[in-house]
Design a protein around this ligand. Structure first.
Ligand code: FAD
Length: 303
């Protein structure tokens, strides 16, 4: 219930103004967001990679409604990749892109062109791109853009959301590619998505089975201990070495677990968001976990 309200709020301009204007918000946001500038993202990358983790960096922004902002988002990624190049991290530092940030809602061809520019800059520094998945109305378009990108950049990955009924079939189609499997973070209707945690978790396992049995590179993006253990079992069953799949978690969430998995020899990648358009991302993190709302309210009270 609270989660649904927060997800509704994540798309409300009124709630955006109210939450963004609270003096304590920045302090709480900093727990989930690595900073506002390219330099902040590079610094977080240095810190996390020095600790044995890999990163995928997200320049925050979504649902862009004008061409200039979409162009600026693509430029920000290219500048970021240029700044990462001297670190020589290759695939240990990749980028995550929301197509709606580079123009998908305006014109799919524009989003494809911007995504191509980002993929090309990524390739120049030995890195890769993964397309985030947004609400269900964008899935067909995102997979279409992915198909076009993969003609020139077959290393491009995509996130698939286990909560959507269609995703097991999408995993089958993509089982030879880099696929990040997530539970799903948007408010979706019962006509397209499982609604209960139990159903979503079972769907996640079904998708995981398909990906682990395939020839691609599964990216197991979850903080859920049970699913992490199941992924390890399935990888073992399919004779996958530790470098034939990876775990992914979000910046600031279960940091101890990230380090413990890496120390035990698993590949772990942290999703690092940065930039000033943090509102939608932040609200989805609050919606995932009531304890985060309590943390936010405690910060307000302590003000
Ligand atoms: C690397 C990465 C990339 C992602 N990309 C996408 C994407 O492209 N599209 C998309 O729809 N979704 C994406 N997500 C979000 C995802 O869909 C889930 O909403 C999110 O990961 C929470 O689900 P969970 O699998 O961690 O399991 P849950 O059942 O939600 O959580 C399991 C446990 O993890 C911890 N936890 C989970 N969330 C939080 C939180 N916010 N704060 C503190 N603790 C928490 C808690 O201990 C919780 O008990 C991504 C997630 C990750 C990790």
């Amino acid at each position: 219930m609270l989660g649904s309200l927060l997800l509704a709020g994540s798309r409300s301009p009124l709630a955006r103004r109210a939450v963004s204007g609270l003096p304590v918000t920045r302090k709480v946001v900093d727990r989930f967001v690595a900073g506002e500038t390219t330099a902040d993202a590079v610094e977080a990358t240095r810190r996390l990679t020095a600790a044995g983790l890999a990163v995928t960096i997200d320049h925050l922004g979504e649902e862009v409604r004008d061409a200039a902002t979409a162009r600026a988002a693509a430029k920000a990624y290219v500048s970021l990749l240029d700044a990462l190049a001297p670190l020589g991290l290759g695939r240990r530092a990749e980028v995550s892109v929301k197509l709606s940030a580079v123009g998908q809602r305006l014109d799919e061809a524009m989003a494809l062109e911007h995504a191509r520019q980002i993929c090309s800059a990524a390739r120049d520094c030995g890195s890769t791109v993964t397309l985030d998945m947004e609400d269900h109305t964008t899935v067909d378009s995102t997979l279409e853009v992915l198909r076009a990108l993969r003609e020139d950049f077959p290393e491009t990955g995509v996130a698939i959301q286990a909560y959507l009924f269609r995703s097991e079939a999408d995993c089958r189609d993509l089982a030879g590619s880099r696929v990040r499997l997530v539970k799903g973070a948007y408010r979706e209707p019962a006509s397209v998505a499982y609604q209960s945690k139990g159903e979503v978790d079972r769907a996640y396992v079904r998708c995981l089975r398909v990906l682990m049995a395939g020839t691609g590179y599964p990216m197991v993006a979850t903080h859920d201990d049970r699913l992490i253990a199941i992924a390890e079992l399935l990888a073992d069953r399919h004779d996958r070495d530790r470098d034939a799949y990876e775990f992914q978690m979000l910046y600031g969430i279960r940091t101890d677990k990230q380090l413990a998995l890496a120390e035990a020899g698993s590949r772990v990648r942290v999703y690092v968001p940065y930039g000033d358009d943090w509102y939608g991302y932040f609200m989805r993190r609050l919606a995932e976990r009531p304890a985060n709302v309590a943390f936010f309210l405690r910060a307000l009270k302590g003000k």
